[in-house]
Design a protein around this ligand. Structure first.
Ligand code: C5P
Length: 232
C-alpha cells in the first residue's frame, strides 16, 4: 500500500479550486472533493480536475437504502475517481450494494471506503442521542469489521484510531485519516489530531490535510512538508 497525502480542496467554486491547484507546477497532488465543491459545481469539476492529472477522492459519504446507493454508485463509477465513500451505518447490505454499483463492466472500480463514526460525534452523544450503548472504540471497530465483511477496502477514521482498526481488520485494510496538523501549526476546530509523522507511525495509509495546506502562506511548501513527514 503506497502512502499518500490527500489535499482536502474545501473551496466553494471551481475558480478558487483552480487558483489553488495552479500553484502546483512540479507535482500533481491527490485531491479530495467534498460535498461543498461537488454541490456547487457538479460532476464537471471532477472531470476537469481528473483531466489535469490529479487522483481524486470523491467524499460524498452516501447513506440511503441499498438500491438507491447501488444506482448512485453506478453513476459515480463513470466519473473515473480513484476513491469514494459511504457511511458504514447504512449496514452491510447497503455496502455490498454500493460495491456492486461501483464495479464497472470490466471489473475495475475506485477504492471504496466507509466512514465509521464521524470524528465530530462524541461517545456521550452517540450513546445519549443514537442510543448506541457500546463504547465509541468498540463501535468503530465493529463498523470497520462490517466494512471488511462487505468487501470494501477500508475506512475513514481519526489517525488515533488507525492502529486499532488495523489490529482488528489486518494491515492491508486501508485507513484514511483526516485530523492532521503540523506540530507548530494552528489546530482550528479539529479535536482529535496528530502530526503527519505520528500518523505514519500509527499506520495511516492516507492522510487528508485541508487547512494546514490550503490556508498556508506557501501551500506548495506545506504540501511538501506533509510528504516529507508522512511518505518519505
Ligand atoms: O482543514 P482540515 O485539515 O481540518 O480538513 C479535513 C478534511 O477532512 C475536511 O474536508 C473535513 O470535512 C474532512 N473530514 C474530517 N473528519 C472526518 C471526516 C472528514 O475532518 N471524520
Amino acid at each position: 500500500m503506497g502512502k499518500d497525502v490527500i489535499i482536502a480542496c474545501d473551496f466553494e467554486s471551481a475558480e478558487k479550486t483552480f487558483d489553488f491547484l495552479d500553484k502546483f507546477t512540479d507535482e500533481k497532488p491527490f485531491v479530495k472533493i467534498g460535498m461543498e465543491l461537488f454541490y456547487a459545481e457538479g460532476p464537471s469539476i471532477v472531470r476537469e480536475i481528473k483531466k489535469r492529472g490529479h487522483k481524486i477522492f470523491l467524499d460524498l459519504k452516501l447513506h440511503d437504502i441499498p438500491n438507491t446507493v447501488k444506482k448512485s454508485m453506478a453513476v459515480l463509477s463513470k466519473l473515473d475517481v480513484d476513491m469514494t465513500n459511504l457511511h458504514a451505518a447504512g449496514t452491510v447490505d447497503m455496502m455490498k450494494a454500493a460495491l456492486e454499483g461501483l464495479t464497472r463492466e470490466d471489473g475495475t472500480r475506485p477504492l471504496l471506503i466507509a466512514v465509521t463514526q464521524l470524528t465530530s460525534t462524541s461517545e456521550e452523544r452517540m450513546q445519549s442521542e443514537l442510543l448506541i450503548n457500546a463504547s465509541i472504540n468498540d463501535t468503530i471497530v465493529k463498523y470497520a469489521q462490517n466494512t471488511k465483511h462487505a468487501g470494501l477496502d477500508g475506512v475513514v477514521c481519526s489517525p488515533l484510531e488507525a492502529g486499532m482498526v488495523k489490529n482488528a481488520c489486518g494491515k492491508e485494510f486501508i485507513t484514511v485519516t483526516p485530523g492532521v496538523r503540523f506540530a507548530d501549526g494552528e489546530v482550528g476546530d479539529q479535536v482529535r489530531i496528530t502530526t503527519p509523522e505520528k500518523a505514519k507511525e500509527i499506520g495511516s495509509d492516507y492522510i487528508v490535510v485541508g487547512r494546514p495546506i490550503t490556508q498556508a502562506a506557501d501551500p506548495v511548501a506545506a504540501y511538501r512538508r506533509c510528504i516529507n513527514e508522512f511518505v518519505d
